[in-house]
Design a protein around this ligand. Sequence first.
Ligand SMILES: [Zn+2]
Length: 585
Amino acid sequence: MLITLLLATLLSTGTPAQGKPDLKTPYEQGNGNQTATYEEAIAWYQKLDEAYDEVKMLPYGMTDAGRPLHLVIVSTDKDFDPASIKQKNKRVLLIQNGIHPGEPEGIDATMMLARDYLQNKKLRKQLDNVVLAIIPVYNIGGALNRNSHTRTNQNGPEVYGFRGNARNLDLNRDYIKTDSRNAQTFHQIFREWDPDVFMDNHTSNGADYQHVMTLIATQHNKLSPTLAKYLSGKMVPTLYEGMKQDKFPMVPYMNHAGDTPDQGIIGFMESPRYATGYTTLYNTIGFVPETHMLKPFDQRVKATYKLMENMIETIHRDADEIGKLRQQAKEQTLTQKQFALNWKLDTTKVTQIPFLGYEAKYKPSEVSGQERLYYDRKSPYSKKINYYDEFVPTVTVEKPVAYIIPQAWHEVTERLKLNKVHMQQLKRDTTLTLDSYYITDYKTSQRPYEGHYLHSEVQVETRRMPRQFFKGDYVVYLNQEANRFLVETLEPQAVDSYFNWNFFDSILMQKEYFSSYVFEDLAAQYLKQNPELRKQLEARRKQDPEFAKNARAQLDFVYRNSPHYEFTHQLYPVGRLMQEVKLPL
Ligand SMILES: [Zn+2]
């Protein structure tokens, strides 16, 4: 009986009786141009989990595809509790793969990486102070939707997943609006593990050049100054040097200023809708490696592997420094008073960076007969190009003491809960005098963008006034780790605010109007009692002949300046409490 049980256990783990378990990945077993399917990747990590006590695959919450999101932890002292890991002053590197499953090299590279760091003594030593947290495949719905054509210009692999998820969302725009269950689950993982460094592996589109690997590092102006100094001054140079030694010299992500890279490139400003824009809100250093789509798949996998290897080595080397700087950055976020909500490129600041390109040339098109661009691989060049990577804030706001969020806006408070925001509720109905915004202007996209009619260029007018709140409404003090997340979601002028993502659209519509023939008499009387308003009406008539001819418009003018007009029209519901007051909490 015992023997049968033992045999069954051995069979079920797939562990051979002697030697290392067979942990060749599907990529290694293939022809070098094939990537693991979602099922293969999960089954393989399951085997890794069974073979090593230092590995645990944790199923987290749901995804839109109806399958759970997995998180694989590699922790050499077999501690899988994020709080305890933090107490031991270890750094956590979160690696996310397959957010765009058509760009899958991270999926395959990370599987080999996890195994090698367990089996190779020298590599394993680096995990003394670094814990790996791996999302094997983030966009599961997209990974299940495999094809060979949608990455039109990409050089392999033979078959891959699709960019849209099960709801056709681009998950790399979903980190604030959180429409997908994938993003809801990501927030839980992210806030529970609080990674020090985050990597989100991708493949790039665009121009042709010699580099296999391009890199977006968190835009340094958006990072707290202490972390930014370390990132730009030490971490990024170490990664560039290491990748050069490994024969994969890098260049920043090719965001061109003109038609071709030799006209200069612009640093990528990731707003919080993007993965690394979101992680920046919590002082996590983020990286988006983008391998070049025209390079063969095996080179792209190798470059991704090498970059992750350099990343782990750097985090291992600087573990204490990164820990201290992050702690300082978090303290700074707690006391910071002013927050930038929007940014623009400073075109006066430019540096020169080395670039390995191919000459851009033009010839007649066989399709249209017009001039067409091509890159001549027979004419490689090495030269310095302009790099613009300084951004300045265009809108800045002072944080309030607290935001008061009426409980009616539960889609918003649910998202704050996912972010582990500390919220309290009023114990009884309360009138509070606080700052409120009226939305005075905004633009709206003409067609849906990621499932929303996104707003932008919001203008507000601040009014200090008493407002009625009710038992159960939420009070959110700005004395917490999520301060920056709160400001950048709850301030309507922030580029990725909940207002811009349509969470408050119902306030933009007027609910009550007037009947002209009845309001005539009331309006006449109101003008008699308010000669100042009558003067304004007359002035407006003189200025605007159309208005002077339009009876309804004039009645509406009086209506909007009378107490009959609803004060809640365009009133942004979230209040800004500007001084400490005793609240019934
Ligand atoms: Zn991508």
